[in-house]
Design a protein around this ligand. Sequence first.
Ligand code: HEM
Length: 135
Amino acid sequence: MNDFDLDSFRIFLHLLAVSVWVGGQIVLAALVPVLRGISPDAPRLVADRFGQVAWPFFTLAVVTGIWNLAEVDIADRSTAYSVTLAVKLLAVTVAGIAAAWHSNTTSAAVRGITGAAGLIGSVVALAFGVMMVWG
Ligand code: HEM
């Protein structure tokens, strides 16, 4: 069996955080129509509870991301790696800002647009994260 060393633990935490943040949004989006059928308040109540879980994991993704940056020597990496990382961090920023806006707006139209932008930004960050390591 392979070792579970500090590097494994770092990537494990990063991917655990990412799976809750990205996977949670996808599952929640799929549940909204059913929740609406239960009561008009159910989507908001469930989304608020999701936020209480998702934001700490977003924070964990950022903290372990910074730890990742400290461990991978960017100066030694290719320009392609740095560009991929830059696009990924832009996607993470868009995801975070859009999700925060989504949670605080009272406009249904803005909630729809920022919800989609948050999910797309998160999925793009996931794809570029994989490209950084496996690309
Ligand atoms: C929603 C936010 C994020 C997502 C979806 C995400 C996703 C990923 C994924 C899928 C990997 C590949 C892991 C592997 O296969 O080994 C990865 C690696 C990495 N991530 Fe993130 N990440 C996020 C946030 C961040 C942030 C904020 C930073 C920097 C501040 C960051 C820096 C890194 C670095 C440097 C690696 C490479 C680690 C290595 O090669 O050891 N990530 N990320």
